[in-house]
Design a protein around this ligand. Structure first.
Ligand code: ZN
Ligand code: ZN
Length: 157
């Protein structure tokens, strides 16, 4: 499935709906983010280099930044983690994060639209969104008897 014509065309189509120019790099970065949900920058770079071996770190960083700005890619930063990128956008979904192995899993929005939590008081703010991260142990780590670590020990893969 990876790098098929269909995916290539789809990424290009998504780019065409923005004001961005369709470049090989941006198409490759979008494809990499879709193939590796919640990937960190290093993973995206490795994946992009499978189709564009000469691409620079900086070019991938720049593409990720630009694609995030126009909303084609969502950037999440669980506490203690490096930035992670995903193609699943616009649905206000949340994340389950394993404290032991850093696995990140999507979970649908609690009520279906933002903000899905109501603060006990809003201090006059116009509330747009609640970012929810559920922390715990994934099934494998729980079965292996891993102990959840504190935030300060959260290690980055
Ligand atoms: Zn785990
Ligand atoms: Zn996600």
């Amino acid at each position: 499935m990876k790098g098929t014509k269909h995916e290539h065309d789809d990424a290009a189509a998504a780019l065409r709906q923005t004001s961005l120019r369709v470049t090989k790099q941006r198409v490759a970065v979008l494809g990499a983010v879709r193939d590796h949900p919640h990937a960190d920058t290093e993973t995206v770079i490795r994946s992009v280099r499978e189709s564009l071996p000469a691409v620079s770190h900086q070019a991938v960083y720049d593409s990720l930044h630009t694609l995030t700005e126009v909303g084609l890619v969502r950037c999440i930063r669980p506490a203690g983690s490096v930035a992670r990128y995903e193609r699943r956008i616009g649905d206000n979904h949340h994340h389950l994060v394993c404290r032991s192995c850093n696995l990140i899993v999507d979970v649908d929005c609690t009520i279906g639209q933002a903000p899905c939590l109501t603060p006990s008081h809003d201090a006059g703010f116009v509330i747009e969104q609640a970012e929810v991260t559920f922390w715990g142990l994934c099934p494998d780590c729980a079965a292996a008897g891993a102990q959840p670590t504190g935030d300060d020990q959260f290690s980055v893969v």
